[in-house]
Design a protein around this ligand. Structure first.
Ligand SMILES: Cc1cc2nc3c(=O)[nH]c(=O)nc-3n(C[C@H](O)[C@H](O)[C@H](O)COP(=O)(O)OP(=O)(O)OC[C@H]3O[C@@H](n4cnc5c(N)ncnc54)[C@H](O)[C@@H]3O)c2cc1C
Length: 434
């Protein structure tokens, strides 16, 4: 039986959608899906925009499906329910010499959420996206069909559901191929740089020697200064999971008030961050610190106050990446942007997903405090630049892209649409599927 229905205002991570939606919960894989004809199953709602929102419809929270089904310590195959988080997976498998093959910048996402957005991590240049490691999953459709999906079984649903934005049905469990590791500590190097061209050179050189590469940039500095981080699993340190999650949290009262993020605070933070990371530094750190630095402060999204924030993430092809310098200039001139601005390159490994965002090029992700129309105008200008460059915008982070942009960015959209479950929808889908 599904849980009690109730009306709520549960938002996504950016807190800008403010939906009116009916919520229910799933606690068992055999629970009957609510009969609503406009439903969406969601995970931990770490998506920033409206892919995990269903304004005017029903959302079904699957985080109660948090059990492991099997873990083969010899082969590194793990099967778990949809709502198991990547933190939970890491805690179970790291002490046995395995790790997530791909992980985004937070461990609080669920495995089904990671499948549905075909998420990527700091190792895209050598590993590809999360979907490249999904071996099998169970998909339940609203007509009662229960499909086992893999590259050889229901392969069409397999390709449509990975990166499928939760619209092809309810994922009950996922089987994932893990990555072997010998040590859990990370050997890291940070290198400061002054221009976007230096970032490109550092990426090119570091990707030959380092499994994980990512860069923080000062989004208010027109020249594109930043700090490049590159890392490998260390040669020593043992297999200590060392994955305790933080108990520090931003209080709810901050989230109900005015934003703490403004030009002054961003400038002060960015200058201090650059100073702290000047030159070249080498150190070792835990998996938790390296992969999930933001998870050390729970509910950090509350610093954006009651109006919330948007995240803009795009990818532009390598040959047109100079368009990003124009993007930095516009962001700086608009006096917007935040501490959290990330640049990284994506490699050529293709995902099995029909709708994957991941493709070769440079990806830029920036948070913007929600200043209403002013912010939406800037997002529109950035969207136009990305379209001129032949790039794409990431649905997991998006709350504003147009239907035309979505269609242009995902060439296999028409093929994918045939697999959408007729009883499933989302606010994102209602916006882009016109
Ligand atoms: C701090 C932070 C850092 C991040 N860093 C990255 C990054 O580096 N790379 C990256 O790619 N992403 C990143 N993200 C985005 C995040 O990884 C994705 O949005 C992810 O999909 C969120 O998973 P979730 O469990 O919270 O799912 P939700 O946000 O709740 O849902 C995401 C999608 O999954 C679908 N879904 C969830 N459960 C099911 C199910 N059981 N059956 C069918 N569909 C389902 C939903 O319908 C929705 O379409 C980051 C997010 C945060 C907050």
């Amino acid at each position: 039986m599904s849980g009690l229905l109730s009306c709520n205002m549960n938002d996504s991570w950016g807190n800008v959608c403010q939906p009116r939606q009916v919520q229910s919960t799933l606690n068992w894989r055999t629970d009957v899906l609510p009969a609503a004809d406009k439903k969406l199953v969601v995970g931990n709602r770490r998506s920033y925009g409206d892919v995990c929102i269903n304004d005017g419809g029903a959302i079904i929270d699957a985080t109660g499906l948090n059990r492991f089904i099997s873990f083969d310590k010899a082969t590194g195959l793990v099967r778990c329910e949809a709502g198991v988080t990547l933190w939970q997976v890491a805690k179970l498998v790291v002490p046995h010499g395995w790790f997530l093959p791909v992980t985004p910048g937070t461990g609080f996402v669920t495995v089904a959420g990671a499948v549905a957005n075909d998420v990527h991590g700091k190792n895209h240049h050598v590993a590809g996206s999360f979907g490249c490691f999904v071996k099998k999953f169970q998909l339940r459709r609203s007509n009662g069909d229960e499909l086992l999906c893999s590259e050889s079984e229901n392969a069409d649903f397999f390709a449509a559901t990975i990166g499928g934005l939760g619209l092809t049905g309810f994922i009950g469990w996922v089987e994932l191929a893990l990555k072997p590791i010998e040590q859990s500590k990370m050997a890291v190097e940070s290198v400061s740089y002054s221009t976007y061209e230096e970032f490109l050179a550092l990426s090119g050189e570091s990707e030959k020697t380092h499994e994980y590469c990512v860069s923080w940039i000062d989004c208010l500095d027109k020249s594109g200064r930043g700090v490049f981080f590159r890392g490998n699993h260390a040669d020593e340190g043992g297999l200590d999971a060392d994955l305790d999650t933080s108990k520090r949290s931003v209080p709810a009262v901050v989230g109900a008030g005015f934003p703490l993020v403004n030009r002054l605070s961003v400038n002060l933070f960015n200058a201090a961050y650059i100073r702290a990371h000047s030159g070249n530094r080498q150190y070792t750190e835990t998996i938790a610190k390296f992969f999930y630095p933001l998870d050390s402060l729970l509910n950090w999204n509350r610093i954006y106050g009651r109006k919330g924030f948007y995240q803009f993430q795009c990818v532009v092809p390598q040959e047109n990446t100079e368009i990003l310098t124009e993007a930095f200039a516009r962001i700086s001139a608009a006096n917007q942007g935040s501490f959290l601005s990330v640049l990284k390159t994506m490699g050529t490994i293709t995902s099995p997903a029909l709708l994957s965002f991941c493709r070769p090029g440079v990806t830029l992700a920036i948070d913007f405090p929600n200043r209403g129309n002013k912010t939406r105008q800037l997002l529109l200008a950035l969207e136009e630049l990305v379209m001129q460059a032949g790039g794409a915008i990431y649905p997991a982070k998006d709350a504003t892209m147009s239907a035309a942009t979505f269609e242009k960015s995902f060439p296999k959209l028409a093929e994918y649409t045939q697999f959408v479950d007729p009883a499933f929808t989302s606010s994102f889908w209602q916006r882009v599927n016109t």
